[in-house]
Design a protein around this ligand. Structure first.
Ligand SMILES: [Zn+2]
Length: 75
């Protein structure tokens, strides 16, 4: 299997940007322009570990500060 082949549909994975949303119940965190690898056929997305870690930190901070709604951009 090629490394850029989608395991879901065998489509081609391409680098792109996505919008990450975390609904925590009390708070909603939206992060735009998140770097990701996206399947051009089925739209499945993969986020790199270092980016996922950053998103976790953003969500943890929003939770700590009890922000009800937060929209950020990584671009
Ligand atoms: Zn796919």
């Amino acid at each position: 299997m090629r490394s850029n082949q989608c395991p879901v549909c065998d489509g081609s994975k391409q680098p792109g940007r996505t919008t990450f949303t975390a609904d925590l119940g009390e708070n909603l965190v939206v992060v735009r322009h998140v770097p990701a690898t996206i399947c051009e056929q089925c739209g499945e997305e993969w986020i790199a570990n270092d980016v996922a870690k950053l998103l976790e930190e953003i969500v943890a901070k929003a939770r700590q500060e009890h922000r009800q709604f937060e929209v950020l951009s990584l671009a």
